[in-house]
Design a protein around this ligand. Sequence first.
Ligand code: ADP
Ligand code: MG
Ligand code: MG
Length: 249
Amino acid sequence: MLQIKNLHAGIDGKEILRGINLEVKAGEVHAIMGPNGAGKSTLSSVIGGNENFEVTEGEIILCGEDLGELAADERAHKGIFLSFQYPVEIPGVSVTNFIRTSINESRKAQGLEEMTASDMLKKIKEKAELLEIDRKFLSRSLNEGFSGGEKKRNEIFQMAMLEPKVAILDETDSGLDIDALRIVAKGVNTLKNEDNAVVVITHYQRLLDYIVPDFVHVLMDGKIVKSGGKELALELEERGYDWIKEEMK
Ligand code: ADP
Ligand code: MG
Ligand code: MG
């Protein structure tokens, strides 16, 4: 579903990602862990098409299609969903209106007609029920005065509505409390199926108590230096990252 081949990327001439290789198949959950500054958020931004970063080598392929030349919104329309560590507030635009616009923009880009108002409402109702999201929440202004948990709830709702092929959730610096963790985990576990894939980027093992990954990768100094199963996350929690550096030597 998602293939990353020898990806090198950086900013202002400074290389941050130094040859990333990753293959994510449909139906899989991958976790990417690593110390602060390893390049985890950069990887997520680069996959999403953030133009602040320059890709100097390598490929990002979604369902056989090279995303290299596509802008961020085009990648989103192809099925890449990125969580935002610092979501923007849009006063006067409700959660529902924002998602309605996103969906219709995406459909337009794919040459599809707008979703009818009744289909949209049906889908909103279905997803909101699934994720136990209050109706009142849906009419609030986007991210305005949202608590950490509400921001996560909104993000997961967007994900549920957009039904991406690959969702990349970067939770590193968001200081999730236990409620927010549960919201993210419940959302991911509810939406996960055999036709999509999830990449969870996390600094801490605790999120993986709730979202059980099929694979865990350790990112260090811009490279994936070790991969394993879910037990690797527990080992990292217990032993930190230094032993991997030693192993590499
Ligand atoms: P992580 O998410 O693993 O903590 P990041 O991807 O945020 O790591 O950062 C990796 C490295 O790239 C760090 O050294 C960081 O300072 C640098 N970096 C990230 N974003 C920028 C930026 N916009 N400008 C300059 N340096 C950046
Ligand atoms: Mg960081
Ligand atoms: Mg980060």
